[in-house]
Design a protein around this ligand. Structure first.
Ligand SMILES: [Zn+2]
Length: 350
């Protein structure tokens, strides 16, 4: 194995970000400031900027902290600020395009109702795109621990907002609760309305969950999907259908999906023909942004410049980016890949 080329500037590599949750994209400083504004008492773990035990977070603790963090987002102004800051952080990570997961049912009560919540999200995304140049689209993600009818309501809502930036329908929260088949109708509504299916699977459950999700929900991409490697037939199914896995290295380590970054099955998936895209999932709780996920591929998995460029290309091809912009970003990736060493700027932390 050759030594990783740490001079590769990963911020300069044009890319997209296809797996990021709204609350999980909040800046730590914003969380602390809003908690102070609303008199919300945060646990020590969320107040400390540098926690040293992200690696042993585990699901129940993660979910509790996520819900506490979401509690500081109370008004339309808070959400506009959040989405604007997320877009600024995307730009700082060299991301040209973001598909952001939102769960409107979680905000309906505090913003008025479901439709008002969607209007806030869509307006905020459009404003942030104009301000930063980062393309932003929305994925409405149903909470799989809630009843199927709620997902169906949100699917209808998502379709209604398809002309205002909603491109996908997802399924999130604890994979061990809520079978994929229960949400088949919601995903049918979404697909019939022109949206792509982007559910989570193969994170807390194994390959069987990935297979059932593929068959029941017909996804364009799978959130995580890494545990598909437990069954070669399921990997072959993903490859045959060209279904991408949104691999989130820091998240997978923090939640114990893999024991360490060196266990991430990036190469196994890619070698089998499954498109892989890298993402951050919830940088607020897992501690590291998008560009650091590429740094894991570079530094731990010894991905070469050509292989990192391949990951970035995959992130463009597996997105819903319009063709003209995709062509431009792919050209930028080619330029990055073929830049000679002497032309490269100084190394960055990324
Ligand atoms: Zn996720």
């Amino acid at each position: 194995m050759t030594a990783p080329d740490r001079d590769l500037d990963l911020v300069a590599l044009p890319k997209t970000h296809l797996h990021l949750h709204l609350t999980g994209g909040m800046r730590h400083a914003t969380l602390v400031e809003l908690a102070d504004t609303y008199g919300v008492r945060l646990p020590e773990r969320l107040i400390e900027e540098e926690s040293d035990d992200w690696r042993v977070l585990g699901w129940p603790r993660f979910q509790r902290l996520y819900d506490l963090a979401r509690g500081v987002l109370r008004t339309a102004a808070d959400l506009k600020r959040l989405i604007r800051e997320i877009a600024e952080d995307e730009a700082a990570n060299g991301s040209r395009w973001l598909e952001l997961q939102i769960t409107p049912s979680g905000y309906a009560a505090r913003l008025g109702d479901l439709v008002t919540a969607m209007e806030v999200f869509c307006d905020a995304a459009a404003d942030a795109e104009r301000a930063t140049g980062v393309g932003i689209r929305l994925i409405v993600a149903a909470n799989r621990t809630r009843p199927a009818w709620e997902a169906e309501t949100q699917a209808r809502l998502a379709v209604r907002f398809a002309d205002r930036g909603v491109v996908g329908f997802g399924l999130s929260n604890d994979e061990r609760v809520g079978a994929p088949e229960d949400f088949a109708k919601a995903f049918r509504i979404a697909r019939d309305g022109g949206l792509s299916a982007m559910p989570h699977a193969g994170e807390l459950l194994g390959a069987d969950s990935v297979e059932r999700t593929v068959r029941a929900l017909r996804p364009l991409r799978i959130g995580h999907g890494v545990r598909a490697v437990e069954d070669p037939d399921v990997v072959a199914l993903l490859a045959d259908q060209g279904i991408a896995c949104e691999v989130c290295p820091a998240s997978n380590v923090a939640l114990g999906v893999v024991t360490g970054h060196d266990e991430l099955p990036l190469r196994r998936l890619e070698d089998a023909g499954v498109p892989v895209v890298l993402a951050a999932d919830d940088p607020l709780l897992f501690g590291v942004p998008l560009v650091e996920q590429y740094a894991v591929a570079r530094d731990v998995l010894a991905y070469s410049r050509a292989e990192l460029a391949r990951l970035a290309r995959s992130s463009v091809r597996c997105s819903t980016m319009p063709d003209a912009l995709a062509k431009e970003v792919l050209a930028g990736i080619d330029t990055w890949e073929h830049q000679r060493l002497s032309e490269r700027g100084p190394a960055t932390a990324g």
